[in-house]
Structure formats: structure tokens, C-alpha cells
Design a protein around this ligand. Structure first.
Ligand code: KDG
Length: 314
């Protein structure tokens, strides 16, 4: 495996019309989960990726596993749990804004993950362990699972990449800050959005956020700046990578995960940090053009040829 990631993926019900959910009659069904988004993005770029999780042994669980497996992600370590359901979330469309999100995930199967779910054999041949700050917000046992996976990654010299993905619907700012700052101190690469960097470090400028997170223990920090691109800093390289212009933005959800997929692909290819960040920006931009999280992620052949999504890619 090039990359191993784990976390919760839910079924997403997206309204076909704009306005409060109480008036919506029709929804379309897809899936959403930051870690499986990154896994799918990476597979499309040509990498081997394993996604680990727990799903309910229910229709939504089977659908979620089949969707992710259908994209070519290794799901052989996913467990189905009879006792707990697959999580669900609803989007609520608002004119010219990102949708609102309503979670139905408390007590989900994924929130029951425990350290036993991540074992030596999952990680020992991997190049990168990808984690997000959503998982430790799900439950105490998920938090322990994250810490356990970092310890295993260290043991096997696997690089740990951490995207804070702060979800304030799941916990308070103070809890998120404390837990995620500690978690960031154990990871090699940290990828906050600018607001997340501010929440974690109390700094407001990308350079200062990156310095604070490097002093905390990370060797590489990339601060995502939305349309402006990203700022990156390591011992060898630092600088800004400009954003990719997108004419018509449909939905920004999934762009950060696309960015992570592009960046990790650059790392696996042995590219410099600035080249990897530029690839992250390109892949993230594709996600902006579609309503779902992953549907827009490019295949490697599209990036190589610089072509739009007009032909069938494998
Ligand atoms: O990054 C996109 C994710 O936020 C979305 O798909 C849902 O994973 C999700 C979450 O927990 O918010």
C-alpha cells in the first residue's frame, strides 16, 4: 500500500432543491467522508490505498463499502457491525453558498472503532498514514485508535500526514484545540486550513501558523488558503503556491481532501514540497466543479494531458 487511512464515511442525502430541509421532497444519495475522499482521490492519481473503518451491517453500510471499493480502494479491513448503524448526513442547499450540513452520526458504527482495528500488518508496508481531526472527535475509543495508529506508524517508519478538518458540530473549540494540537505534535506533516491554523495556534498569518506547528513537532506544514492557494514550510523549502482559478464553483466540500490527495501523490512520486503543493491545488480545484465530494477528482491521465473531464478515464 502507498497510503493507509481510516475514519468515518457516511451516506449523504443531498436535496435536489434549495431551501430549508423541512420543505424538501427529493434527495439524491451519495457518500461523504474526508478519509475515503482522500483514498478515492489518490487511487484516481494511480496509487494503492487502503481505507479502514466500521460500517453498520445495513443497506447504507453495504452501499458505502461498495462505492469506495468500486473506486478501487482496498476495503478488505472494513468491518461491519450489526449493533450500530452507518452514519448519515444531510446537506441543505442555500443559494450561492456552501450547503449546511446536518449529521446523524452519534453512536454510529464508525464511532465504535477501537485500537484493535488498526494492526501492524495494516501499516508495516505503507508509505504514508493519513489521519484527520474528525476521527478523534467521534468518541474516546476513536481518539485512542488515532493515537495507537500513530504509534504503529512510528514503529514502522511510516510518515504520518494529519489534516485537522475541525468540525465544530462534533466538539467545542477548546476540546478541538487541545486534542488536535497534541495530535499535530505527533505527526510529520500537518495540513490546516487558515482558520484551523488560527484555532490551533492562535496565530493569524500563514507563516506564523506554520512556524508554531513546526515548533510543536511537525516537519512540514501546509496552510490551505482557499482560492489563494497554499503556504508551505519545511526545513528546506517555504513559499506560496497560487490557487487554480475555477470559473463556476458549485460546492467547496471535498476540495481540502482533493488537495490532500494531490499533495500525497506528489510526496509518493518523490516531488519537491512546492511541486506537491501545486499538484494539491490542481486536484482540489477539480472538486469545486461538482456538488458531490469526490465526483470531480481527476484521473492521472487528465492531469497529464491537461484535459477536462470530457472522456472516459480509468
Ligand atoms: O471533507 C469532506 C467531509 O467533511 C465530508 O464528506 C463529511 O467527513 C465528513 C465529516 O465528517 O464532516
Amino acid at each position: 500500500m502507498d497510503v493507509v487511512t481510516f475514519g468515518e464515511t457516511m451516506v449523504v442525502l443531498s436535496p435536489l432543491t434549495t431551501g430549508p430541509l423541512r420543505y424538501v421532497q427529493h434527495f439524491e444519495k451519495t457518500i461523504g467522508g474526508a478519509e475515503s475522499n482522500v483514498a478515492i482521490g489518490l487511487v484516481r492519481l494511480g496509487h494503492q490505498v487502503s481505507w479502514i473503518s466500521r460500517l453498520g451491517e445495513d443497506e447504507f453500510g453495504i452501499y458505502t463499502r461498495n462505492f469506495i471499493r468500486g473506486e478501487g480502494v482496498d476495503t478488505s479491513a472494513v468491518m461491519f457491525d450489526k449493533r450500530y448503524p452507518t452514519g448519515v448526513f444531510f446537506k441543505e442547499r442555500q443559494a450561492a453558498q456552501d450547503p449546511k450540513v446536518y449529521y446523524y452520526r452519534a453512536g454510529s458504527a464508525a464511532s465504535q472503532m477501537t485500537p484493535e482495528d488498526i494492526q501492524d500488518h495494516h501499516l508495516k508496508d505503507a508509505k504514508i498514514l493519513h489521519l484527520t481531526g474528525i476521527t478523534p472527535a467521534l468518541s474516546e475509543s476513536c481518539r485512542e485508535t488515532v493515537l495507537h495508529s500513530i504509534a504503529l506508524a512510528r514503529k514502522h517508519q511510516v510518515k504520518v500526514v494529519f489534516d485537522p478538518n475541525i468540525r465544530l458540530k462534533l466538539w467545542s473549540k477548546a476540546e478541538a484545540q487541545k486534542t488536535l494540537f497534541e495530535m499535530a505534535s505527533l505527526c510529520d506533516v500537518v495540513l490546516p486550513g487558515i482558520d484551523e491554523g488560527e484555532l490551533l495556534t492562535g496565530e493569524t498569518e500563514p507563516e506564523a501558523i506554520a512556524e508554531a506547528l513546526r515548533q510543536n513537532g511537525a516537519s512540514v506544514v501546509v496552510v490551505k488558503l482557499g482560492a489563494e492557494g497554499a503556504y508551505f514550510q519545511s526545513i528546506k523549502e517555504s513559499g506560496y503556491a497560487s490557487g487554480v482559478k475555477v470559473e463556476h464553483i458549485v460546492d467547496t466540500i471535498g476540495a481540502g481532501d482533493g488537495f490532500a490527495a494531490g499533495l500525497l501523490s506528489g510526496f509518493i512520486r518523490g516531488w519537491s514540497l512546492s511541486e506537491a503543493v501545486a499538484l494539491g491545488n490542481r486536484v482540489g480545484a477539480f472538486a469545486l466543479t461538482v456538488a458531490g465530494d469526490v465526483e470531480g477528482y481527476p484521473y492521472w491521465s487528465q492531469l497529464e494531458q491537461g484535459k477536462e473531464n470530457k472522456q472516459i478515464h480509468r
